[in-house]
Design a protein around this ligand. Structure first.
Ligand code: GAL
Length: 539
């Protein structure tokens, strides 16, 4: 009897081990496998959750000299040899001619929204309403009509980095206050022409990147190096331009019933030592200098975060400036800026670890102003982009930070995604792993933390011109062959996975570790009963 029982227990143990080994991968690569944090949950997104995919004009359109289109600062920048392998966006994915194929891809995915941007110099060649290129307007009209005919709603970004070159040359771009009115005229015209059909508008995409990479460190167009002052000046103009366009929409076009906001980007700042108050404060400073730089004024009180005012003010004084390098808003401007949003547009790809460290440099510098060092630990997984290490749980942390900081706004994740290498093909399992883990964190944020995430846009619909990396990094759900003049698009494994996710509107039971444990428990019990029966009959 004892022998029989021992045998049964042993066989049960074996069946348990076998059952455990049948677990599919359910968490991100081993480094992210903290039970309770990284396990996937099963569940559906709210019925009205918006699924979409995103692109931007310069990255996909091509047609850089089509009709009367003016030059943008990215045309100039890329023609000045500033891009990997001397590449440029002259043709890109040729969406200017192939937009109907793009619409077909969207329809096949089953997304209900497409986020794209308007190329400002395509509709206003020198950036002002003095001359409208009707052919450019026609292009967007056709695109929008085709989208709607195919059941896809447009979400339109007005500024995804391609400033008309004329405005850079004539006024100094975003450093000039005159761009507030010039941008407002452009926005007004777009609302007038497309407002009836477009219900979601985004004024600016990632102003932090525009200001720091474009005006601070000469990494992106327009290629200005002035790390201590120009970024603050550019941001000041952009915030005012956003607010003015918001009021224009509400005053003149509210009958269209659309929603308007701005899309901000930040990594999630994690304190190096969460038990060290200095590191906690450093991570918070990082968040305030990136997202808060714009969000504090727009989503809170019309003004910059206190920590920015304090840091930049003190540093400026120590550096001998008569006033802070961070400009000030007038009381009237503050009133005009605060509350100019209908939702929070959030782009995020990765996280960063922050450590308090007083900056000892003497050169005025936006990063030095933060008295903080940051890095990404070596053990975090990598991608083809050096800056992008997948940290799925960081997105959940960031969503909670936005919720708590800005009084629980509706949030749209307007970009999230990962790069794979130039020679990566259509079987992009890494991208599936990334999306599965990241989107599951969004579900946790909604279900477990009550964050009001209303939509998710995958970056990107297709491989495209990845700024200074040219075509060397692929972010697409669809593969684009850039060696073929026709720029054919092919469905990738990730597109099929995203399509299934959208069709189910969430994660089916089989994905859930919790449910797998239950399933395996049931398998285990059943096999134990069978084994016991078998053994009792035989022995
Ligand atoms: C974002 C940007 C996109 C895209 C993406 C991937 O910052 O808005 O245009 O390039 O990064 O790098």
């Amino acid at each position: 009897m004892i022998a029989k029982l021992t045998l049964c227990v042993f066989l049960c143990f074996i069946s348990l081990v076998v059952a455990q080994e049948t677990y599919p991968e359910y968490s991100y690569p081993s480094v992210f496998s903290e039970p309770g944090r990284d396990l996937l949950i099963a569940g559906k997104f709210p019925a009205d959750f918006i699924w979409g995919s995103a692109t931007s004009a310069y990255q996909i359109e091509g047609g850089w000299q089509e009709d009367d289109k003016g030059l943008s600062i990215w045309d100039t920048f890329s023609h000045n040899g500033r891009i990997y392998n001397n590449q440029n966006g002259d043709v890109a994915c040729d969406s200017y001619h192939k937009y109907e194929e793009d619409v077909a891809l969207l329809k096949n995915l089953g997304v209900s929204y497409y986020r794209f941007s308007i190329s400002w110099p395509r509709v206003l060649p020198n950036g002002t309403v003095d001359y409208i290129d009707e052919a450019g307007i026609e292009y967007y009209n056709n695109l929008i009509t085709s989208l709607l005919d195919n059941g896809v709603e447009p979400m339109v970004t007005l500024y995804h980095w391609d400033l008309p070159q004329f405005l850079q040359d004539e006024y100094g771009g975003w450093e000039s206050d005159e761009l507030v009115d010039i941008f407002n005229d452009y926005a007004d015209l777009m609302f007038e022409r497309f407002g009836e059909k477009v219900k979601y508008w985004i004024t600016f995409n990632e102003p932090y990147v525009v200001c720091w990479l474009g005006y601070g460190i000469n990494v992106f167009a327009p290629g200005i190096y002035d790390p201590g002052a120009a970024p603050y000046r550019a941001a000041h103009t952009i915030i005012k331009a956003h607010a003015k366009a918001y009021h224009t929409y509400k005053q003149k076009y509210s009958s269209y019933g659309g929603k308007l906001s701005i899309t901000l980007s930040t990594d999630f700042g994690i304190p190096e030592d969460p038990n060290k108050p200095e590191d906690v404060a450093a991570a918070e400073r990082y968040m305030q200098f990136t997202a808060g730089w714009f969000a504090h004024a727009i989503f809170k009180n019309g003004d910059y975060p206190d920590t920015m005012k304090w840091q930049v003010g003190n540093k400026s004084m120590a550096q001998g400036f008569e006033e802070s390098r961070l400009p000030e808003f007038t009381e009237e401007e503050k009133d005009e800026i605060k509350g100019t949003y209908d939702f929070f547009g959030l782009n995020s790809y990765t996280s960063t670890v922050c450590r308090a460290e007083v900056d000892t440099g003497t050169e005025p510098n936006y990063e030095g102003d933060q008295d903080m060092q940051r890095y990404q630990p070596d053990e975090w997984p990598t991608s083809t982009s050096s800056w992008l290490r997948p940290v799925p749980w960081g997105l959940r942390g960031l969503l909670n930070w936005v919720k708590n900081e800005y009084n629980n706004p509706d949030i749209f994740i307007t970009e999230n995604g990962v790069s794979t290498a130039l020679d990566s093909g259509t079987e992009d399992e890494e991208r599936v792993t990334f999306y599965r883990a990241y989107i599951n964190e969004v579900l946790k944020a909604i279900e477990q933390d009550n964050v009001k995430v209303k939509g998710y846009f995958a970056w990107s619909l297709m491989d495209n011109f990845e700024w200074t990396s040219g075509y060397s990094q692929r972010f697409g759900l669809h593969y684009v062959d850039f060696d073929d003049n026709d720029r054919p698009r092919t469905v990738k494994t990730s597109a099929q996975w995203f399509k299934d996710l959208i069709a189910y509107n969430g994660f089916e039971e089989g994905y859930s570790a919790g449910n797998l444990v239950q399933q395996n428990f049931v398998i285990c019990i059943l096999s134990s009963v069978l084994i016991t029966l078998f053994v009792s009959l035989r022995l």
